[in-house]
Write a protein that binds this ligand. Structure first.
Ligand code: HAM
Length: 520
């Protein structure tokens, strides 16, 4: 591949796959009070988008993605491969020219599909097409193209090369189910020119992510994230601090106790490479005492060694140089700023120099929040700053920071620390216990009036004895039960029961809504 072609390929901007799309605010409802807009991202994107963002050597990209080739050219797919090749190679006699003609026509179709981009412009395909042209020229020199029947061997090289090419050709772009959302959010920011909007752009996204990890408690192959990103504008430490404050407040409101915030600064393009070299040199000195994974990582990504949980390595790792002592002045200043801003907001943190995170796009601030009751998979949130990512994806240089909450772990931790799965927020305010045909008609009316007034109402679809209905109301956590029998309907005096203390009141239908409003 020529130098120019590489550059062009690198500059190629990522786009949402045809048939998938981003749904942006204001099309979506606003995540309101905190000023974040919802973005709904496709579940799959080009593998290359994730590889370039997260890093080809990371576990997520190298081992954990669910990938497939999205073939856009079914007719070529059908016709290529062994069957076709064999047909061409083993044909002899009169029929040979026909086969070659058919094959030539087929190759024309392949080349056209390549030119139009239907077949991806990957390095392998580009080389394959070049080779094919070369073999074809050689074959043409050796034989009169119109006189194939007399010398079929002469084109054997060509057809063999063509068959091999077709066999190995990549007929579509490699795709992957998203292992995270940040790369897609950046792709969407660039694709939809969001740098032209007032900055920063604040987006959130909730949905399933996919990683082929070894399943265990709190670790799933399909899991859910609540992801929030702040894109564009300044790289002021106040933004990192505010984003961290937001997620800590969210956990606090949910009643999640015992959370621990760890922060770190991992430097930038200027200072990190020097630290990584120093770390590599220091780790190499104790290489023999490290496990196989860490030994390998000394070469591929020494920072990841700091992440090791292996008991036997802990003492050695603790003795390694700390990145905080090797930051350039700008990064050190930024880190001091983040800590000060957190303190101003009353957010408690712990500095953890070993917090490097498993994704390559971070620079400067990284953070992680752990919660109780989860065992070894105890991170409920991870995030950090990634100012260089947008540029890496072919967009403008853009400051950005964000985080993702692991929703499964969040819920697991809430359950393990004694929060009831029957969150009262979802309990109906009022349960209608009705018996009798006339009562049912009144119950439907009441449900409609109450719902219109904004109350949540449970109307049982079939008749139940009052005892059973009240038991059900209790189980659902309703605050009130409206008791409607035929007697109540004919007298016009309805009964409202407060379930906590058993208090009963008589009401007229027309007073029901106002009466409840006063109670709340
Ligand atoms: P992450 O640390 O890879 O960061 O994932 C964030 C959170 O997702 C983790 O803290 C964890 O709670 C949850 N999580 C990850 N893998 C699994 C799994 N297999 N099963 C259950 N939960 C899991 C990111 O994904 C970044 N995109 C976060 C970010 C956003 N950084 C900047 N902006």
């Amino acid at each position: 591949m020529s130098e120019g072609a590489v550059k062009k390929e690198e500059r190629r901007k990522f786009q949402a796959i045809k048939g998938t799309r981003d749904i942006l605010p204001p099309e979506t409802a606003l995540w309101n009070r905190v000023g974040f807009g919802e973005i709904r991202l496709p579940i799959f994107e080009e593998t290359e988008l994730f590889a370039r963002s997260i890093g080809g050597d990371t576990d997520v990209v190298a081992k954990e993605m669910y990938s497939f080739v999205d073939k856009a050219v079914p007719d070529i797919e059908r016709a290529s491969g062994e069957a076709f090749a064999r047909e061409v190679l083993f044909a002899t006699g009169d029929a040979f020219a026909d086969y070659v003609e058919k094959f030539e026509g087929f190759l024309e179709r392949v080349k056209k599909a390549y030119r139009s981009g239907e077949i991806p412009h990957t390095e392998a395909n580009r080389n394959g097409i070049e080779k094919l042209e070369k073999y074809r020229a050689v074959a043409l020199e050796r034989v009169q193209w119109g006189d194939l029947n007399t010398s079929p061997e002469a084109v054997a090289d060509y057809t063999a090369a063509a068959a091999a090419f077709l066999w190995h050709m990549q007929l579509g772009y490699p795709m992957s189910l998203r292992p995270e959302a940040t790369a897609s959010v950046c792709r969407a920011y660039i694709e939809h020119n969001m740098q032209q909007l007032p900055q920063p752009v604040k987006l959130y996204c909730i949905g399933p992510m996919f990683r082929r990890e070894r399943p265990q408690k709190g670790r799933y192959r399909q899991f859910y994230q609540i992801d929030a990103e702040v894109l564009g504008g300044t790289d002021a430490p106040a933004i990192d601090a505010e984003v961290i404050e937001m997620v800590m407040t969210f956990f606090d409101r949910l009643g999640l106790e015992g959370v621990q915030l760890d922060i770190n600064c991992i430097g930038d393009k200027k200072c990190r490479p020097k630290y990584v070299e120093l770390l590599r040199a220091e780790l190499s000195k104790v290489k023999d005492k490290l496990g196989a994974d860490s030994q390998r990582r000394i070469e591929t990504n020494p920072l990841r060694v700091l992440d090791s949980k292996l008991e036997s390595e802990q003492k050695l790792i603790e003795a390694m140089p700390h990145i905080a002592d090797h930051l350039c002045e700008e990064c050190a200043e930024n880190y001091r700023g983040v800590k000060k801003e957190l303190e101003l907001r009353g957010v408690k943190y712990r500095e953890n120099w070993r917090l490097v995170r498993g994704l390559d796009y971070y620079m400067r601030t990284t953070f992680e929040i752990t919660a109780p009751g989860l065992g070894s998979q105890n991170a409920v949130c991870g995030g950090g700053r990634y100012d260089g990512l947008m540029e890496l994806l072919g967009g403008p240089r853009t400051n950005a920071t964000g985080f993702a909450i692991g929703e499964d772990r969040l819920i697991l931790s809430l359950l393990e620390t004694g929060h009831s799965p029957l969150a009262t927020r979802h309990a109906p305010l009022l349960y209608i216990a009705w018996m009798g045909e006339k009562a049912y008609a009144a119950a439907i009316r009441a449900a409609k009036d109450l719902r219109n007034a904004g109350f949540s109402v449970e109307l049982p679809p079939v008749e139940q004895k009052f005892g059973k209905a009240l038991g059900q109301a209790d189980k659902l956590g309703a605050r009130f039960a409206l008791i409607l029998g035929d007697n109540e309907v004919s007298s016009g005096e309805w009964t409202l029961k407060t379930l906590a203390d058993g208090k009963q009141e008589k009401l007229r239908e027309s007073d029901l809504v106002e009466h409840l409003k006063k109670q709340l």
